[in-house]
Write a new protein. Structure first.
Length: 391
């Protein structure tokens, strides 16, 4: 099964206007495959910086890369050689003066923009960032059956495309172990794998709830600032989403703690030992899991620079997802329901009164679209993702 990635054209466009492009995303999400698609048909040079042989070629990086200044150079796992950023900066600046302004370097990294920037010399103004997420509904789920498979297994290619649920679960369990034991230390971070796995699992159990660092710290026998630091790491590694509260100029008492979500639903289920849809349907996490799945798919489809948050007051007014869209599209309010049809609750109506969003939706697990209340549309998640992608 061949699945075309939406990021492919985004990546090509970015390379056509910038000297360096960083393709970032978690391990095993398909960055290398996408990079080879970019390289096909061109005279590109691919270097895997996890390979000692390829790292040795860069013993004198400036001399080596200058010898290939007329080619696109792809540097996979750039965080393994963070000192390269300073070299790239000089080469890009010299290339600009010589008229070579675009398509020089494609760097691949398994971390967020912030963590990559901390790893080496800043390339501000010289680099564009493209995030590659796991498969989403618009890429991999043309029907409801595929949508539920994607929800249960998650969007990592080897997990979603596995021969069966057991093979998929084995991949995800191995992924978690490898990430904690091998990949995290590569960033120079010294946290016991067992501690980080326990925290990750605790976050899975509290999927979609307000972050309580003190409670998590007590369970791990560490301090609250230490827990916050560890969560920062999981966020930077693109494994956990910290959804901030929306701050409005109202007189209401607003919740100020963020919500946390394990970003990939398949990893969430693996951390909790959930093997298939039947097991998920009877598990207490089923509702929060669906909520996180919907949020990730909508944000994957939303335009760049979209702001995401939630809204909740002490009195119970609540919006699951607030989208601040660029280009004059305004504020959109989204309530998420796991049922096949959706009706907004009182808290959603009260929150709409506070924020006055331009559009409001109740996202459900079905495919019908209809008015749910005055000014509110009920809609399936795939259709709303398609609307966001078209903006």
């Amino acid at each position: 099964m061949v699945i075309r990635r939406r990021a492919l054209q985004i990546l090509r466009t970015a390379l056509s206007r910038q000297a360096a492009v960083a393709l970032i995303g978690p391990r095993q999400v398909g960055k290398t495959t996408l990079a080879h698609e970019i390289a096909d048909g061109t005279d590109a040079l691919y270097l895997d910086l996890e390979s000692r042989t390829d790292r040795d070629k860069l013993a004198e990086p400036e001399l080596f890369l200058e010898a290939h200044e007329d080619r696109l150079v792809i540097l996979d796992e750039i965080h393994r050689v963070p000192e390269l950023f300073q070299t790239l900066r000089g080469l890009i600046d010299r290339g600009r003066r010589a008229g070579r302004r675009t398509g020089r370097f494609l760097v691949l990294g398994s971390a967020s923009i912030d963590l990559l920037r901390q790893s080496g010399e800043s390339l501000a103004g010289r680099i564009e960032y493209v995030e590659l997420n796991p498969f989403d509904l618009l890429e991999a789920a043309p029907d409801r059956r595929a949508m539920f498979d994607l929800w249960v297994r998650g969007g990592f290619p080897d997990s979603f495309l596995a021969a069966g649920n057991e093979d998929s679960l084995v991949f995800r369990r191995n992924f978690i172990r490898t990430y904690l034991e091998r990949d995290v230390p590569q960033f120079g971070i010294r946290i016991p794998a067992e501690t980080l796995e326990r925290l990750w699992t605790m976050l899975a159990h509290s999927q979609g709830t307000l972050l309580n660092a003190s409670k998590l710290a007590a369970g791990l026998s560490v301090s609250a600032p230490t827990v916050t630091h560890h969560i920062d790491l999981l966020v930077d590694l693109l494994l956990v989403r910290r959804l901030r509260p929306f701050h409005a100029n109202t007189r209401k008492r607003l919740v100020r703690s963020p919500k946390t979500y394990v970003r990939d639903s398949g990893l969430l289920h693996a951390l909790l030992g959930i093997a298939d849809f039947d097991a998920l349907s009877g598990h207490p996490v089923v509702g929060p899991s669906w909520e996180g799945f919907v949020i990730e798919n909508l944000l994957a489809a939303a335009p760049p620079r979209t702001g995401a948050s939630f809204y909740r007051t002490a009195a119970g007014a609540e919006i699951d997802l607030v989208l601040e869209l660029p280009g004059g599209h305004g504020l959109w309010a989204v309530e998420i329901k796991r049922a096949l049809a959706g009706r907004p609750g009182k808290g959603f109506h009260n929150a709409r009164g506070d924020l006055q969003p331009k559009r409001a939706f109740v996202v459900h697990a079905g495919e019908d679209r209809y008015p749910a209340a005055e000014g509110v549309e009920a809609i399936g998640v795939r259709e709303l993702a398609g609307i966001l992608q078209a903006l």
